[in-house]
Design a protein around this ligand. Structure first.
Ligand SMILES: NC(=O)c1ccc[n+]([C@@H]2O[C@H](COP(=O)([O-])OP(=O)(O)OC[C@H]3O[C@@H](n4cnc5c(N)ncnc54)[C@H](O)[C@@H]3O)[C@@H](O)[C@H]2O)c1
Length: 350
């Protein structure tokens, strides 16, 4: 959707014109703009099924945020967990609810079978229309593959379809709905996902399921710049999606090496200059490319943490109309080059 159409359709005249012509009328999405921006603001309503385990982590993360918290039922664990932060105020769901919520967060980890899904309805039915534009729905369930009882696994599996359909329902106003499937005992690993899915960083990300395992992943020491100290290579970074990836990684603290074909070097340098990245001109299908890339990394840095293989081409013909050289070219640029670059970087342990 072009920015020009988005601007037009959000004027009074544009809205009426789009409605009468049956054209889509997307709302502008709230984006992550500044490093010091709070990850969430406004009123946030928290709910939980009985015996749910993630709610104290939710309380801890949101208790330290700029949001005003409400809870849908008596939840001592929620307020116990945010001792130093803001406390959640009780908000009975059977009363008329004023105002709008910037997020609705429901911890369903306590569900034992499909009859417990009623708690999901009880929480969302009276509140879903109260979700603000660009609002966030976040549901936390237990990863079904970790449920011993089939009845329990079925209840938690059902959350996936629920979140996808809520995502469609609220998507019209730029809001999102996502699901975290947590392994038992993985509460400590939830924080970065809660922050991401409630923040404008996740504009566009909706109807998605993220599995959170107990693994001993190190926590990002800086939630505002989680990639601080990391070196990232982004191929095809002179324009389009690659340029945006480079800017986003830099925004999140990474140092970026942008790579593109030699004719795109000038454009690449324009993208790299404001983010203080390094520009590398290289055709990834060149047989010398893997070694050149590894040498470039070695020359400037001690190693590499992230490789974003974004460079790619499409030759959109039907299979029947596709000449062989289009097939070969697409596979060479989109798959084989990446394989060889990865091999070289791993071989050199960069
Ligand atoms: N735009 C879409 O809707 C869409 C949808 C699905 C997938 N993709 C994929 O996402 C990626 C980025 O999409 P985009 O729309 O920004 O594409 P784009 O064509 O605007 O940008 C691709 C970049 O990759 C570079 N590139 C191409 N071949 C290269 C090579 N051999 N060596 C080095 N650099 C090379 C190009 O110079 C260009 O800067 C592509 O891989 C594309 O196939 C895009």
């Amino acid at each position: 959707m072009s920015d020009r159409y988005l601007k037009f359709v959000n004027t009074a005249f544009g809205k009426t014109a789009a409605q009468s012509l049956g054209l889509p009328a997307p709302v502008p999405l709230k984006r992550w703009k500044r490093a010091d921006q709070p990850f969430i603001e406004g009123d946030v309503l928290i709910g939980a099924a009985n015996s749910s385990k993630a709610v104290s982590t939710v309380g801890k993360v949101l208790g330290a945020s700029a949001a005003k918290l409400f809870h849908a039922s008596a939840m001592d664990t929620l307020n116990d967990s945010s001792k130093s932060g803001n406390k959640a105020e009780a908000l009975p769901l059977n009363t008329d609810i004023d105002g709008k919520f910037s997020a609705l967060v429901f911890d369903a980890t306590g569900m034992k079978d499909t009859t417990d899904l009623k708690a999901v309805y009880d929480f969302f039915h009276p509140t879903i229309r109260k979700l603000a534009g660009n609002g966030r729905v976040l549901v936390i369930g237990q990863d079904p593959s970790t449920c011993r009882q089939p009845a329990k696994a079925a209840a938690h599996q059902a959350l996936e379809g629920f979140v996808r359909s809520v995502g469609k329902e609220v998507g019209k106003k730029g809001a999102t709905a996502n699901l975290l499937w947590m392994a038992p005992g993985a509460e400590q690993q939830l924080e970065s996902s809660i922050r991401f899915f409630l923040s404008p960083r996740s504009a566009y990300v909706s109807g998605q399921v993220t599995r959170i395992s107990k693994g001993a992943t190190a926590h990002a020491s800086n939630p505002v710049a989680p990639l601080a100290g990391k070196i990232a290579l982004v191929t095809g970074a002179s324009r389009g999606i690659g340029a945006s990836i480079a800017e986003t990684l830099s925004r999140d603290g990474a140092t970026v090496i942008g790579l593109d074909i030699p004719p795109a070097l000038e454009d690449l340098q324009k993208v790299m200059a404001p983010i203080k990245g390094k520009a590398m001109a290289c055709d990834i299908t060149d047989e010398k490319a893997p070694k050149q890339i590894a040498d470039f990394v070695k020359e400037h840095f001690e190693g590499i943490d992230l490789v974003i293989h974004n460079a790619g081409i499409t030759r959109d013909k039907t299979l029947g109309n596709m000449p062989e050289h289009f097939w070969d070219m697409t596979i060479a640029v989109n798959l084989t080059a990446e394989e060889l670059i990865d091999e070289e970087l791993m071989h050199q342990e960069l």
